[in-house]
Unconditional design. Structure first.
Ligand code: PLP
Length: 290
């Protein structure tokens, strides 16, 4: 992606270097805004309606009206996709509350939001991650209590992710009051005695689009699954752990806090889910109805 790449800002498509916002924008001053990351495979926006519904929920959660309906969002994002040189992309969409020229915490009336979207080249997850598995660590969940909102205010996520990296792990699994909720930028799945388990939706985790898809694929395949709170202690005893996100898709965690999960290799249910996910993606790319 270079400075000539077209981005969308408040009704215009323009080269990134020409896109400008005010330093008084509340997104810049307060982190007052929400976002989405939407993969685009073979030029097709993946699960767009699900992402737009979550965007509506995030906006409602921060007391903002959506500046566009779904048809308008679709047309903006499809136009952005069409203006890019490659077909495999990841779309970043951000809506902030905008600027009145004042810095005041209280929400001003009649303010115009700032709408920004850009396309980044989508890099397929490294196949070695699925082959070998990854390491994760458990860390204290230092975030706020509205993690269901996809807020741009990501400083706590940045810090825990870096702490995980400093410890040689790829992701931090976040623990609040002894319970594992999700990763710093991913949802959490576990397998115990053949049952796929994921923490239930709550204010302590983001309702991931990939999370829902994995549950959907499991149910379609009649694989046993449940939504259940899991303690940090129980986490270590699971047969398998997986992380999911739009950009990571599904990856197996084979080591947690330097100790093996199961036999320390990606498990059979992970392989089954990875195949179901790959098949779903291939059908979307080919335009075949599922
Ligand atoms: C905190 C958090 N949880 C979960 C996810 C996974 O969500 P999705 O599957 O919609 O990408 C993300 C994605 O960035 C995230 O930041």
């Amino acid at each position: 992606m270079n400075e000539q790449t077209k981005v969308y800002l408040n009704g215009e498509f323009l080269p990134r270097r020409e896109a400008r916002i005010s330093v008084m924008d509340r997104g810049f001053l307060f982190g007052d805004g929400v976002y989405e990351v939407i993969p685009c495979y073979s030029g097709k926006l993946f699960r767009l309606e699900h992402h737009l519904s979550r965007l509506d929920d995030s906006l409602a959660g921060i007391r903002m009206a959506s500046p566009h309906d779904h048809a308008e969002w679709r047309s903006i994002l499809e136009e952005l996709v069409a203006q890019q040189p490659c077909s495999e992309q990841s779309i970043y969409l951000q809506v902030t509350r905008g600027s009145t020229g004042e810095r005041d915490h209280a929400i001003p009336r009649g303010i115009q939001p700032t709408v920004f979207a850009m396309a980044m080249p989508f890099e397929e997850p490294d196949p070695q991650l699925a082959e070998e598995g990854v390491s994760a660590v458990t860390l204290d969940d230092i975030r706020w209590r509205l993690c269901n909102i996809k807020a741009i205010t990501l400083l706590a996520n940045v810090l825990v992710k870096q702490e995980a990296r400093d410890q040689g792990a790829i992701e931090a699994i976040l623990i609040r009051d002894g319970i594992a909720h999700e990763g710093a930028a991913s949802n959490l799945f576990m397998v115990e005695n053949g049952v796929i388990t994921t923490p239930p939706k709550s204010r302590f985790l983001l309702p991931g689009i990939t999370r829902d898809l994995v549950l959907e694929l499991a149910q379609r395949e009649k694989l046993p699954c449940r939504e259940e709170a899991v303690s940090e202690q129980r986490l270590q005893q699971m047969d398998e752990l997986w992380l999911t996100s739009s950009t990571k898709e599904v990856i197996p965690v084979t080591h947690l806090n330097d100790r093996p999960i199961g036999n320390g290799r990606p498990g059979p249910m992970f392989r089954q889910m990875a195949a179901l996910y790959a098949d779903y993606k291939a059908r979307i790319k080919a335009g075949t109805r599922y």
